[in-house]
Write a new protein. Structure first.
Length: 618
């Protein structure tokens, strides 16, 4: 029961894929890299989603021999999918941003169509509309599906069945079963049981921790930034941006790239220097040792005057974090044992993994879990009910249409949310509590990398109040002045103030009003301005001043007094591609017994049902 609750608490989308074997890729250019033996890049130009700039999709293929310091005893090759959009304005001189979605296990392709990308997918899962607030307006955007097994990235490809009604339990399974496992008697397809081609579901053939993911991404970057023919901008600075679990991945990956840059400059290793300019994320979980204490506060005492949990539960959850031997101490013990027995963060030591998984389970059940026990509200938006219909799941179906797969040149179905990756990160290694993200932030700030923290204020998954404390906890040369800086309103445009920001020099923290976990989807113009201003060294509040090392915002020391009212929850929107995340129990049962009416992958009958999570039904 605790593990099912843990999956419910942390996994944002447990949708996976859809039926139909993808077509054989056509029109793909393949380039072998002479300076990296065994590495190749395959790609083709794309003409979907973006009509105002050029774009290319493809793979960086990495051999197992290149990943010996990352992989387990069973070596495997990696094919990592990317989608590169040039900037709509002045792409030849624009900086580049590497986008990493969350999860763990979310496809970054979703970021291209709902988290500030060039387009959005309509309810027919077949039509796109332009996004006027796209991140690639002035910045070249590189979306990468990682870790391998996520999105269109793969190791070995297998034909398999997919059970769309699989609810994530037990956590050793994924709902994807290879044809070979049926002994020659593969069951027939139906409306929720489908055929497709997927990355093999072997937990030994994907990374299981943030550090290994960062190292794999560095190898990807070494190939892509040195050799992708369409990467022609004169501005070689790299920015990294993400959402949710990207709060772990972005600073850790940036830190590793900077460390490798320093090693290359010192002639201690071979490679291409990749200058890192900024990092940023929306509603990222970065360091649970700092942020974890503030979940009960968000559930009980927030800026919307909503008490999700009763006072006694609030006190107990808070005590469960701070009491000796409880959540905070368990996290410290996990990290200390990891530093002692697994200092290189390979996640191969059974004692370390066991302790970290136990710490993760305890914290997420007994500190975060009260929210789910006492309410049917979404953890991604306190204004919404569970199952949360927003952001929509239309994009999952879109990327599993044959014509879209042909346009992208992909040989596998989309895995919008990889249960394989989710399972090994959470249940095998306890990565979410072992990652000491504050240390990565401090390292980056010390190296001159600028850090942009953006948080919607209705999110419970990674709430803004804990992130604010994280920003104040960072020790760096500007820490004292950052703490003294006050909050200013974010002038989104001439008529709307979209949030409040504290900024000093290279660090900015913004609370975005009326936004849930995926802040960009809720407040696209505001988050676009926050993203764009920061990258181009303008003040986040207005975008009118060039930021220097001594720039500071001024105003009140807290934004808590700025409060709002919750809007009514939107209606449910059950989608075949995200059954556990979007369907009510009544809709799930209708899918089970074959009485559901499905139009464009949306369940239109029954139209709704009772609020509450499907987790624990099995």
């Amino acid at each position: 029961m605790h593990y099912q609750l843990l999956a419910c608490l942390f996994s944002p989308l447990l949708s996976i894929v859809h039926a139909g074997f993808p077509p054989e890729p056509q029109g793909v250019t393949i380039q072998q890299l002479k300076h990296l033996p065994g590495v190749s890049i395959s790609y083709k130009e794309t003409h979907i989603c973006e009509t105002q700039a050029q774009a290319w999709a493809g793979y960086v293929h990495l051999p197992s021999t290149l990943l010996e310091d990352i992989e387990s005893a069973e070596p495997y090759n990696v094919s990592m999918f990317f989608w590169y959009f040039e900037a709509r304005n002045n792409p030849q001189n624009a900086p580049t941003t590497l986008y990493l979605a969350g999860g763990p296990g979310d496809s970054s392709v979703g970021g291209a169509v709902q988290d500030g990308g060039p387009c959005m997918i309509l309810s027919d899962a077949n039509t796109t509309v332009n996004n006027p607030w796209s991140m690639n307006t002035n910045v070249n955007m590189l979306y990468v599906d990682q870790p391998v097994g996520t999105g269109f990235s793969y190791t070995a490809r297998v034909n398999a069945t997919l059970n769309q009604l699989f609810l994530g339990s037990p956590p050793t399974e994924t709902g994807i079963t290879p044809f070979a496992a049926y002994g020659g008697h593969v069951p027939s397809e139906n409306g929720t049981f489908m055929y497709g081609t997927f990355s093999e579901q072997n937990p030994e053939k994907t990374v299981n921790n943030t550090m290994s993911a960062a190292k794999t991404l560095w190898h990807f970057c070494q190939a892509w930034f040195s050799s992708f023919p369409e990467y022609t901008t004169t501005d070689k600075n790299l920015n990294l941006f993400g959402n949710s679990y990207g709060g772990y991945w972005v600073p850790a990956t940036a830190q590793y790239i900077v460390q490798q840059n320093n090693a290359i400059k010192a002639l201690k290793c071979n490679g291409t220097v990749i200058p890192v300019d900024t990092v940023g994320w929306t509603n990222g979980c970065v360091d649970e040792l700092i942020q974890g204490e503030w979940y009960p506060e968000q559930a009980y005492n927030n800026t919307y005057n909503l008490q999700v949990i009763p006072e006694q539960a609030y006190k107990e959850a808070t005590n469960n974090f701070t009491r000796p031997g409880r959540c905070a101490d368990l996290i410290k013990e996990c990290r200390a044992l990891g530093d002692k027995l697994d200092p290189n963060y390979f996640s191969t030591d059974a004692k370390v993994n066991k302790l970290c998984v136990e710490a993760l389970e305890y914290c997420f059940v007994y500190v975060l879990g009260a929210y789910n026990v006492f309410s049917n509200r979404s953890v991604f938006d306190m204004a919404h009910l569970d199952p949360d219909p927003f952001p929509t799941s239309y994009w999952n179906g879109f990327f599993n249409r044959e014509w879209v797969q042909a346009e992208l040149g992909v040989p596998v179905n989309l895995t919008a949310y990889s249960l394989l990756v989710n399972n090994v990160f959470l249940y095998q290694t306890g990565d979410a509590v072992r990652v000491a993200g504050l240390q990565s932030m401090e390292y980056l700030l010390a190296q001159g990398v600028r850090v942009n923290m953006i948080y919607g204020d209705r999110d419970y998954r990674c709430p803004w109040n804990g992130a604010e404390k994280l920003s104040l906890a960072a020790q760096w040369s500007g820490a004292e002045d950052f703490g003294k800086a006050g909050y200013e309103y974010v002038e989104t445009n001439n008529t709307y103030k979209g949030g409040m920001v504290r900024q000093h020099g290279n660090l900015a923290f913004t609370r975005v009003f009326e936004a849930g976990h995926d802040a960009y989807a809720y407040q696209p113009e505001t988050v676009f301005q926050l993203f764009n201003r920061f990258i181009f060294s303008k003040d986040v509040a207005t975008g009118t001043q060039t930021v220097s090392s001594n720039y500071s915002t001024s105003g009140p020391s807290s934004t808590f007094g700025v409060k709002d009212k919750l809007p009514p929850p939107p209606p449910f929107n059950c989608n075949l591609y995200n059954v556990i995340g979007s369907c009510t129990i009544q809709q799930y049962e209708a899918l089970q017994n074959g009485t559901a009416k499905v139009v464009d992958f949306n369940i239109v009958r029954p139209a709704g049902g009772s609020p509450g999570s499907l987790a624990g039904l099995e």
